[in-house]
Design a protein around this ligand. Sequence first.
Ligand code: ADP
Ligand code: MG
Ligand code: MG
Length: 368
Amino acid sequence: MSGEELIRRGVIENFAFPGKLVEEIPYGSGHINDTFRLVFETEQGRRRYILQRMNKSIFHKPVELMENIVGVTSWLRKKILANGGDADRETLNIIHARDGRPYYLDRADDYWRAYLFIEGASCYDKVENKEDFYQSAVAFGHFQGMLSDYPAETLHETIVNFHNTASRLEDFKAAVERDTCGYAGSVQREIRFVLERENLAHVLGELQAEKKLPLRVTHNDTKLNNIMIDDKTGRAICVIDLDTVMPGLAVNDFGDSIRFGASTADEDEKDLSKVSCDMELFELYTKGFVEGCAGSLTDKELDMLPIGAMVMTYECGMRFLADYLDGDIYFKTHREGHNLDRCRTQFKLVADMEKKLSAMNAIVDKYR
Ligand code: ADP
Ligand code: MG
Ligand code: MG
């Protein structure tokens, strides 16, 4: 047994799993946490669990983060049971440590947590067909809907100013000012693109401050591989990966999904003629999300869905550009100018969405 495995065994003993451990293997294709699948033999048969070592370089407030997950999953569990659903499959369920806490802190200062394994369902890394994308929309909409009466202000902001676009803009301006690598002169066009659209950085925050957009529980990592799809029915049954659950705006979750899910090209495509917002995918996601939310979005939230897509794309683009100017210190890069290529695709998408705004609004109107 490897030293790592021995350590994990020590960790496992600190959780209240029933039965005898018969298997533990690295599991899944998540990029953030270290995930393992455990199998226990009990008198009732085999039971499976997920064990995760949380990524401490990304999550600096693991206790608050777990408090958020406890709050949200226990809320979901109650709602699912009240609706006659299968709460062991339709939400994550935390297995507590033996000391009653929802995590275990080991001697190396690593935080561990465990969940029931969601049986009979799978995660997919890539959108293979349009139905998958639609299913993810329904799932994230449903998640939003079930949590629409959750007191979002009680959640911890575990990553401060995560989607505060105005503060991201200030960070961006500071990066231009620093011009650490001396690149600013060569990317004037891109810098201008950001500065000409400063209104996009403020519009959502202002509506929120005026209480025209409600504070919601947001997921903030609405990728396809963070939902589980039932192997038999092909329908999304559960939203997972709740590390970035925070108080925020529903339109941000929607917008970020459109940003990466409805683009016709990869995030780092060099040929910008290939980059646009696919309106068929936009419609599919809008339909699924609005259906999933089941009437819980306000009129203003529905009005602002297309702007949400634009703002999230604009914000992401300026973050790529700021990181390029800073010398690629935040986003991993795999080639020269990678962050610059990324920012260009985002800005191309924003420009495309600007042209398509009235068509996007018409699509929202069709499903509201
Ligand atoms: P990361 O933040 O690293 O993406 P995730 O929480 O998404 O971590 O977990 C990684 C993978 O582990 C998921 O994509 C999924 O395949 C699997 N997984 C996570 N939780 C469960 C669960 N409760 N039941 C079954 N599989 C799970
Ligand atoms: Mg994940
Ligand atoms: Mg994650």
